[in-house]
Design a protein around this ligand. Structure first.
Ligand code: PMP
Length: 397
């Protein structure tokens, strides 16, 4: 039966972690990951999460099946977070939200629904993008192409190219957009650029799918919702996937959602019924624990305040590390201007280092990043940053 099965390629990022784990260099640093580590190099367990879990444990709740669309209080909290509790779409009930298995699950449920709705549509993702965007939409049956995004020479966004590609896309094309903290480049659109993107999506009748995997890691929870608010104001229907993996440091609990903004409540009810079929025929219903943690935090004022404080501290620490690495590279005598790292936002930086330099960093210094030059700034800390800066200084000189 399995004679003809070919070996699938290894996941490049997970492969890197395996190589890192096997490295005996005591100074090794893993900047290839996509997770936030605290200043001690540890994955944080947020205090708001611990308190929510204590509350949940005290209640000793039974673990029945959840409804297909998940915990109602969770879905309501996601709607408020993403669109605003007082926003017209939320108040009028025209958002369909389903609890999903991480942000990945939100993307997959949305992709499967879109494929049924508009099987001939193409999907455009940014060049470059989080690699799984391509995989998820390809596996849902779509042809996936890219729109220009990163301009290596300019160190920024190839905005004209992006706009031109969107302007040329046929009506119905699904455009996957990073709502904030672009992975992998760290470059986000400006407010004016978002206005132009929204205008072209509307004019060309494209379908926007906003991937919101880092809300709160850029400028703040509300600030990072700018793109969503702009699409809301456009009056168009669109999709938003949400992930709490990073913002609640709940990676392994797989806490995410998909929201679809519709024209009215009746339409949202029909859309919801279709999303439920996608879920029912894939994994039936979502797990209880992570969703309950998020619902408890988002719906309990003290825990919500504590979360905002802890998320703020993560955001500030990343910013500090951006400033510090630029300073330390300068202090190490590096002539090249790396100040662009402080203009990037979120967990990642496209460092501008070449593949050869990334390989040297890995082989000679045990500093692991992705061959594309992507490093996880959220894995830098006060203990490893001097070594990382000294190692980069050696490979760029
Ligand atoms: N979208 C982007 C842009 C991401 O970077 C990630 C996670 N690395 C996800 C979606 C998926 O998030 P989750 O782990 O919650 O599935």
């Amino acid at each position: 039966l399995f004679n003809a099965v070919e070996m699938a390629p290894r996941d490049p990022i997970l492969g890197l972690t395996e190589q890192y784990n096997a490295d005996t260099n005591p100074k090794k640093v893993n900047l290839g990951v996509g997770v936030y580590y605290d200043d001690n190099g540890k994955l944080p367990l947020l205090e708001c999460v611990q308190k929510a879990e204590e509350k949940m444990m005290a209640a000793h709740a039974a673990r029945g099946y959840l409804p297909i669309d998940g915990i109602a209080a969770y879905d309501a909290a996601v709607k408020s977070l993403v669109f605003g509790a007082e926003s017209e779409p939320v108040k009028s009930g025209r958002v369909a939200t389903v609890q999903c298995i991480g942000g990945t699950g939100g993307l997959k449920v949305g992709a499967d629904f879109l494929k049924k709705l508009n099987p001939a549509a193409k999907v455009l993702i940014s060049d470059p993008s989080w690699e799984n965007h391509r995989g998820i939409f390809t596996n849902a049956g779509f042809t996936v192409e890219t729109y220009p995004y990163y301009d290596a020479e300019k160190r920024g966004i190839h905005f004209d190219g992006m706009l031109t590609a969107l302007d040329r896309a046929p009506a119905g094309t699904v455009v996957v957009l990073h709502a904030c903290c672009h992975n992998p480049t760290g470059y986000d659109l400006t407010e004016q650029q978002w206005d132009q993107v929204v205008a072209v999506v509307k004019a060309r009748k494209l379908v926007a799918f906003l991937d919101m995997a880092y809300q709160g890691f850029g400028q703040g929870i509300a600030e990072d919702g700018m793109a969503v608010r702009k699409f809301m104001a456009s009056g168009e229907d669109f999709f938003v996937s949400t992930s709490f993996s990073k913002s609640l440091s709940l990676y392994g609990e797989r806490v995410g959602a998909l929201s679809v903004l519709c024209q009215d409540k009746e339409e949202a009810t029909r859309v919801l019924s279709q999303l439920k079929i996608v879920i029912r025929t894939n994994y039936s219903n979502p797990p209880t624990h992570g969703g309950q943690i998020a619902a408890t935090i988002l719906n309990t004022p003290e825990l919500r305040a504590l979360w905002e404080q802890e998320l703020g501290a993560m955001r500030v620490r990343i910013k500090e590390m951006r400033g510090a690495i630029v300073e330390k590279l300068k202090a190490a005598g590096v002539k090249r201007d790396f100040s662009f790292i402080t203009q990037q936002v979120g967990m990642f930086s496209y460092s501008g280092l070449t593949k050869d330099q990334m390989v040297r960093l890995r082989d000679e210094f045990g500093v692991y990043g992705i061959d594309s030059g992507r490093i996880c700034v959220a894995a830098l800390n006060s203990k490893n940053i001097d070594y990382v800066a000294a190692s980069i200084a050696k490979v760029v000189q």
